[in-house]
Design a protein around this ligand. Sequence first.
Ligand code: SF4
Ligand code: FES
Length: 380
Amino acid sequence: MTSAAPAGTPGRPWAMLAELTHACPLRCPYCSNPLELTRRSRELTTDQWTDVMRRAGAFGVVQTHLSGGEPLLRPDLERIVAAADAAGIHTQLVTSGVGLDEARLTALSDAGLRSVQLSVQHADPGASDRIAGRASFAAKERAAALVRGAGLPLGLNVVLHRHNLDAVDAVVELGVSWDVDRIELANTQFYGWGLLNRAALIPTREQLSRARDAVRRWRERLSDTSGGPGRPELVWVVPDYFDGVAKPCMGGWGAVSLTVTPDGTVLPCPAAARLPGLDPPNVLDRPLEWIRDHSTAFTRYRGTAWMAEPCRSCVRRDEDFGGCRCQAYALTGDAARTDPACALSPDHGLVRVPADEGAGGAPPPYVFRGPGALGRRVTA
Ligand code: SF4
Ligand code: FES
């Protein structure tokens, strides 16, 4: 029997990021997956993912992003989608589009897939392929047409950085021509491979300013007659290194979402695997209620009691939760410190200096993501 949840434990509903595999045909240098990718031999089986979906539905998960790596590399993806659908969970496929053909999409749609988010690296095919580390733009274009043809909602996800921020206009035009519903313009968050490649990816303030202006202009142009966002909806994920403002990461630690990694490890966010002392549980070993209410992984940074100054006495602490624990750890070695993205943090120089230096001189080559890739640098 699970004991009662401590006071302050958040209720439902929850979202679940299901990282079905870390394998991927692309090698994007901004990937937020951990540098140590989970081997395929350690991935959960079909029956285990089916069980995860059943438990997640009973727990109160209402939406899952089926992600990776590239989830299409799982030959049992249709069965996992069907299991989620049977559990009452809305499924969104997060994909590079590589490997999606008509038969596969029909099977996924028949299994209950509800929407697709497609990654694109640039509006220019050659530039997109260079960032992705392999020829893939043509497959993305085909995938977009298939998804629209099947009548499924389609979003584009474009991770923005020094090598594509000046192409925001072209990216929005691409989304319009592909008839997408939403474009997420996500400034690179520096975790995993993205942090490793920070010097190659970090933009200039001028690039960011131009891109912001472009988004503002497109929003005005696309908005509908009632002043709504129009279509495609443009989402701008803030570049927190540049704004001096910490983001309310994950809506608060262990508050509304959970991540299940390819081997079944349950984390409050995808980047938390590296944080020391969390002892993250495996979904096969413990009920999700126990994980939410009692595991160190989910309770360690919940609420505000763990905070030190300046967060402890800050008026914004209930709004941004002290920022991102994973970024605090990655940059300072202490996950309990104020996120250095905040201008009030004594460690703010750790983000301000790279942000001020961004684009000073030629960028270093990328380290493309992939097993054994560390040490192999390729010029962008
Ligand atoms: Fe947020 Fe902490 Fe900065 Fe205050 S000091 S704004 S709570 S990160
Ligand atoms: Fe883990 Fe922000 S990415 S708390």
